[in-house]
Write a protein that binds this ligand. Sequence first.
Ligand code: PLP
Length: 382
Amino acid sequence: MKRFLAKKYQKLENLEAGISQNLNKYDDLINLSIGDPDVTTPEIILTKAYEDTLNGHTKYTDSRGYKELREAICGFYKKRYQINVNDDEILVTTAATVAMYLSLSAVLDEGDEVILIEPYFFPYSTQIEMNGGVVVPFKTSMEDDYKIDFTKLEKIITDKTKAIIINSPNNPTGVTYSKEDLEKIRDFVVKHDLLVIADDIYTSFSFKDEFIPISSLEGMFERCITINSFSKNLIMTGLRIGNIVAPKEIINVIKDINDHVVYSAPSFSQRAALHGLNNFDEIEKDIQKIFKERLEYIYKRIDEIEFLDITKTYASFYAFPSIKKTGMKSEAFVKKLLEEAHILAIPGVFFGESGDDNFRITCTVSIEVLKEAFDRIEKLKF
Ligand code: PLP
């Protein structure tokens, strides 16, 4: 059978599959591996979207998304970030994962290099390769608060470097770039004439530092593709809906690709996104309260465990504790965690080599479940 498969996919590594095969291993398993909240989509979103569906919103939509939704996205950008986004600079898509794929497809030629700041969300590297690009990882470390060393970054630039992907707040570390960090990135990309692809999907989960979109910095909009998703901010992971904001010429190409792949995003999910945006501030307040409390609880418990360390970033819904003191590397540690504590987590190495002294857990479960998980973790012996 394998002979029928495209050669480029015969070696495709599916990291996620390796994790999910352990899901049914123990009756008392605690799953801290997934970025999918236990909370359901806010009722107001679902009720209003359902009403719209009964009223006939069940058809293909404009392939760039409902006009009302595009207007709401423009309004959101204006109100929150004081950015004037034009209607033709928006494309509604089937969530961020697809948005990233479409964006890479639109900009990469065979052999183009894309810089990935480690630790990074692992599908990026596969998607770059699927689109003929070359991944150029760049390490950052917990000791340096995951700051980018621009002198070192200069050294990996070649005449093939096309783009850099940034993700703030970051999955898995929670690092949120400050205005100063973003200005340094801007100076760097302007100097080397690079495109920035900004994966801005955890914007509501920045509990200490203010989230600033890099596209809002002077001179950045024209070299920036911004990916937004309704998955996390509005707890709509299963509805698969997001959007891209980029200069018109780029949006037009992404739209053409999207037209030939899916045409339009699901109408129900678009209506849900619209109602989510219309009620964003109230929904955000409720969601932030839940996740901030959980993240603080995780930090507190990590502080009490002698073999773990953490940089408290107060953002995203992940924690990326260091296991350096255990003397173990991440895959062995996560295996021990599974076998001895029945807790499923993700090895840090999945987010790039420099993550091999860490593991990722999520606060997508209740405080009661987190308590039980940490009661088990603290009993581990090394
Ligand atoms: N980007 C990052 C950084 C993520 O962590 C995730 C999901 O965990 C995604 C993108 C995918 O989001 P979506 O559900 O919008 O495809």
